[in-house]
Design a protein around this ligand. Structure first.
Ligand SMILES: NC(=O)c1ccc[n+]([C@@H]2O[C@H](COP(=O)([O-])OP(=O)(O)OC[C@H]3O[C@@H](n4cnc5c(N)ncnc54)[C@H](O)[C@@H]3O)[C@@H](O)[C@H]2O)c1
Length: 256
């Protein structure tokens, strides 16, 4: 853990050890945020820390499971102890999924996914909101399945549908305290994880995406920077698809 006396505002990014979360953490650090890098995987979290400090910025790691209430409480204590400042930005990004039909999906896998993706988002939000100052922001990372059912992704789809409503209900509750809550729903994004989903992930999803490419973690990080800009100060309770138009496509019998 790196000690700092920096006065930079504090941002927490969950699941920042890889993929989209890592890029969001790196980009926030470049924008002079002091980033708290959370991940369940200590090695990966430290790689993100190294990347941030290597580029001359400051950050700290807190390894922990967002689905574990003790880990979440310890994260907020560690942040306070580390720099005595209250976080101003929370990115709820950590997520897992099980590819299984409803017949095959084990209850334990369902519980792990709901616990990580939805309960984790709730407990992080609850702890953050206790001290977050006016002008703070929460961004939940959702998915196209906030609104659409993805085949054989039962637990994940249910959790992201929950994130949609958690975004809206926490925006209603926290608005009077000056805390905005929004959601970003990425389309098909190039990460190490998605590259393993199919042999031709990029080709398959580029063909289905109106902008004819898959997205990058930087596309998602760009949306985070838009939502935390002062120009977005009247936007709350919203989900923004960062998907190249993918989730605007209706099921249709012919190519167009
Ligand atoms: N990549 C995509 O195409 C895509 C599309 C739609 C939505 N998303 C969403 O974007 C977010 C990031 O996705 P990604 O593709 O970068 O995933 P990823 O699997 O590459 O990264 C997720 C990170 O979360 C960490 N993590 C898992 N469980 C955790 C827990 N309990 N506590 C703390 N950390 C935990 C993992 O170790 C990993 O580093 C997720 O919310 C995902 O649902 C991604």
């Amino acid at each position: 853990m790196k000690k700092t006396l920096s006065k930079a505002p504090v941002a927490i990014v969950t699941g920042a050890g890889g993929g989209i979360g890592q890029t969001i953490a790196r980009r926030l650090a470049e924008e002079q945020w002091f980033v708290v890098v959370n991940d369940i995987n200590e090695v990966d979290a430290n790689k993100t820390l190294e990347a941030i400090t290597h580029s001359g910025h400051t950050a700290m790691v807190h390894t922990g499971d967002v689905g574990n209430t003790d880990d979440v409480a310890s994260l907020f204590s560690a942040v306070e102890e580390n720099n005595n400042r209250t976080p101003k930005l929370l990115i709820n990004n950590a997520a897992v999924q099980t590819w299984a039909s409803i017949d095959e999906l084990a209850v334990e896998d369902w519980q792990k996914t709901i616990n990580t993706n939805l309960t984790g988002c709730f407990t992080m939000t609850k702890n953050f909101a206790k001290t977050a100052p006016q002008g703070s922001s929460i961004i939940n990372i959702g998915s196209g399945c906030n609104h659409l059912a993805f085949p054989t992704l039962i637990d994940y789809s249910a959790s992201k549908g929950g994130i949609e409503m958690l975004t809206k209900s926490s925006a209603l509750e926290l608005g009077p305290r000056g805390i905005r809550v929004n959601c970003i729903a990425p389309g098909a994004i190039a990460t190490n994880r998605t590259a393993q989903e199919t042999d031709s992930y990029s080709d398959t999803w580029s063909a289905l995406t109106p902008l004819r490419r898959i997205g990058t973690p930087d596309d998602v990080a760009n949306a985070v920077l838009l939502l935390i800009d002062d120009k977005a100060s009247f936007i709350t309770g919203q989900t923004i698809n960062v998907d190249g138009g993918l989730f605007s496509r209706a099921i249709w019998p012919a190519d167009y």
